[in-house]
Write a protein that binds this ligand. Structure first.
Ligand code: UGA
Length: 436
């Protein structure tokens, strides 16, 4: 099939690349000339395992093209995917200005039988609005479908190629058939293709993210209580997870969820709820707990150092909002860094991928190290914010030698408290008893 994908952010680039990989003829379109020029040279604007190789291979074989020329890119496409950003607006709702601009830009150039598909996370009712806009702009009934994306950063290629399910929201069964055909190479393991109304599909995306965020806020609240009660949240997690009604996924406590999706989507769903005169009690609590959880490491540092951090040197492992990405949007690590700087502490940080992004934001306000062990030299404490694999099994004896004080605050529960005590560490983690 001939496909155009508008927007070469995370979702757009992965979608376009994976569809080209299954043999389609894909043109990725973006108004950012620098980005497109880079992509044409094989430069990938984000760090995502496996993406670069797949872009290069498909581009070389002529199935994947990049352009800033929207009319030319759209003209022959049977399916036009819209994957532009829908950032959080001032009132928490999604800002759709990029989406409206794209709809206006493509309208005059669409094939008569083109299907316009939204891949971006858009508020419920957006597909219907796009349908109305296209009707006005083209003078005909255009097919508009919703096809929300459930991929995770860091595992994007795998999630796209082996989805748990594909959801589409359509008005006509013929549109659903065409999209099912497009997805058939990815559904060979009998995973479901679920067709529903555009409103239900749009809602599905938000409900999925809000429920995952709810699980995280719930376990974080329980972890904080567990710690006060003298329990170990990891044991509790195991104790509940074996109940098949509960399971283990997304119940790891930590420093709060970050990233470009959960915070924004919970707030957008919240705004939708309010706009319909309903009370978003649960959504508000999920967001509030998460904001509070981002301070959990600061509170632990404050308690450990008796409220005086000035002149202390604090090492940080992990700046990205999660492992296997260089994304620092809404990253809990940056909230901690701001707090430490405000308190007059010096910060020295390591991250396998995110340093360039943090440097672009914070410049020389903190020190950066390419080597995780080098951050520890003379540091008063180590704080772990992201569960990169490289942090799971460090040389504890070397760490002990390097740190000025053997103090480790672990926001991801990577180590065993009893073993840390035996190694001579003062060790604080999330939802477990501290060892001093
Ligand atoms: C999330 C969803 O998982 C995807 O299904 C969805 O497609 C995507 O948003 C989106 O809407 O585009 P992502 O933001 O890439 O994906 O990352 P996740 O792996 O879901 O992690 C989000 C945050 O939750 C991270 O900060 C992570 O550290 C935190 N988390 C996750 C926990 O604190 N505990 C857990 O048990 C799981």
């Amino acid at each position: 099939m001939k496909i155009a994908v508008i927007g070469t952010g995370y979702v757009g680039l992965v979608t376009g690349t994976c569809f080209s990989n299954s043999g389609n003829d894909v043109t990725c379109i973006d108004i950012d000339e620098k980005k497109i020029a880079g992509l044409k040279q094989g430069e990938i604007p984000i760090y995502e395992p496996g993406l670069k190789e797949m872009v290069l291979r498909n581009a070389e074989e002529g199935r994947l093209k990049f352009t800033t020329d929207t009319p030319a890119g759209v003209r022959e496409a049977e399916i036009v995917y819209l994957a532009v950003g829908t950032p959080q607006g001032d009132d928490g709702s999604a800002d759709l200005s990029a989406m409206w601009a794209v709809v206006k830009a493509i309208a005059p150039h669409l094939r008569e039988d083109a299907i316009v598909v939204t891949k971006s996370t858009v508020p419920v009712g957006t597909n219907a609005t796009i349908y109305g806009m296209l009707q006005e702009l083209t003078g005909r009934d255009c097919d508009v479908a919703s096809n929300p994306e459930f991929l995770k950063e860091g595992a994007a290629i795998d999630d796209f190629m082996k989805p748990d399910r594909v959801v589409v929201g359509v008005r006509r069964p013929e549109v659903s058939d065409k999209l099912e055909q497009l997805y058939s190479p990815f559904l060979r393991t009998e995973k479901p293709f679920l067709s529903m109304s555009p409103e239900s599909a749009e809602m599905t995306k938000y409900v999925a993210n809000a429920l995952l965020a709810t699980k995280i806020s719930f376990i974080n609240e329980m972890a904080n209580l567990c710690e006060k009660m003298g329990g170990d949240i990891n044991d509790v997690r195991r104790g509940i997870g074996h109940d098949s009604r509960i399971g283990f996924a997304f119940l790891f406590p930590g420093v709060g969820y970050g990233g470009s999706c959960f915070p924004k989507d919970v707030r957008a769903l919240n705004a939708m709820t309010v706009s319909k005169g309903l009370e978003p009690t649960m959504l508000r609590a999920v967001d509030e707990i998460n904001e509070r959880q981002k301070s959990v490491m600061a509170n632990k540092l404050d308690a450990h150092f008796g409220g005086d951090l000035s002149g202390k040197r604090i090492a940080i492992w992990g700046l990205a909002f999660k492992p296997e990405t260089d994304d620092i949007r809404e990253a809990p690590a940056l909230v901690l860094v701001d707090w430490l700087l405000e308190k007059g502490a010096a910060v020295v940080a390591h991250d396998p991928e995110a340093i360039p992004n943090v440097r672009a934001e914070l410049g020389d306000k903190i020190e950066y190290s390419e080597r995780r062990m080098a951050t520890l030299d003379g540091a008063d404490a180590l704080c772990i914010l992201t569960d990169w694999k490289a942090y799971h099994q460090p040389d504890f004896a070397e760490m002990y030698q390097l740190l000025k004080e053997p103090v480790v605050l672990d926001g991801r529960n990577l180590y065993d408290p009893a073993r840390m005590a035996a190694r001579g560490y003062c060790y604080h983690s999330i939802g477990r008893v501290s060892v001093d």
